[in-house]
Ligand binder design. Sequence first.
Ligand code: UD1
Length: 352
Amino acid sequence: MSIGVVLGTRPEIIKLASVIEALDREALDHCLIHTNQHYDRELDARFFEELELEPAEVNLRVGSGSHGRQTAMMLELIEAEVESRRLDHVIVQGDTNSGLAGALAAAKMPCTVSHVEAGLRSFDLRMPEEINRRLIDHLADELFPPTDRAAEELRKESVPGHVHPAFGNTVVDAVLRYAGRRDVPAEERGGYVLMTLHRPENVDDPATLEEMLGAVATVAEEHDLDVVFPAHPRTVRRIEEHGLKLPARIEAGEPKGFRELLDLQAGANVVMTDSGGLQEESCVLGTPSVVMRRTTDRPETVAVGASILAGVSAAGIIEAGGDAIARAGTSWAQPFGDGRSGERIVASIASR
Ligand code: UD1
């Protein structure tokens, strides 16, 4: 078996790290194909270093572009790699354009496609990720849902591939390995809100972005907290383009490295975010989160009491902020597994 692992963005590096490590440990023949959808050092090389991964053997240098152009370029280049390297198995993760291109190129070769983190659904087709993940799930031969709920979604859709039992989410593998602290008592928290925002539907429209920033600043003021805001390059650009002025309490900074961001999440009084990754990580770390989106593809964190789905209006965000801050220091059941998901996924791939 010759395996290609396709990745391209920061969350894929984090969530495939334990899978790659298990492939190494099992001495399964594999190579990393990096599309370079993310290319800035803070979103890319820094994560390879922190997660102790060798640089990818193949770098396709696709970079940014419209969805169609970016995915098309990846598709053509991944197809050539699968062919020239005679790969018979491709592993993709999640719902990015890199994941879709990897799955689509491989599925037509033919080649076995494994999908890590299968079965997530927001039921909002305005999100490009919702389109990507549905297509990947229907192209994949081996589907690895993180939770029973995700497995159930796949069965409801009658996907043609094999749906494995829920082995947990590989994000837990990375968090448990690299987090310096977890479950920080309420009185030892740092007196700040950790905020991230990057989704196009939130940051591309100036009125929405301004309302959301204002609402987070209000939460911080009402509870006398600062706001730490590691900003995605897309968001920085939009703030500049829209000519927005950040409210006084909000301090924008560079994107953080993985370990630093885990530490910041663990010590925050609340995490306010539109990132699915932070929603999962803060749940594992014992910090309550406010999910600033209309829908969530991770309802598990809401069900256990780790997150509140706030929507994107100021009133919803302000109310959820206060409720979530009151939950700091409480504990909840962990919905995403025990930190050995990558190992189980690779054992399953090796045995088939
Ligand atoms: C992508 C994923 C999203 C994931 C996110 C994590 C898709 C459709 N979306 O969104 O699911 O949650 O990654 O961050 O695949 N940019 C830079 N430097 C970089 C990369 C991007 O400045 O290294 C800027 C560019 O202006 C680019 C914009 O960010 O156009 C958006 O990047 P892109 O990779 O298209 O989408 P993300 O919003 O990062």
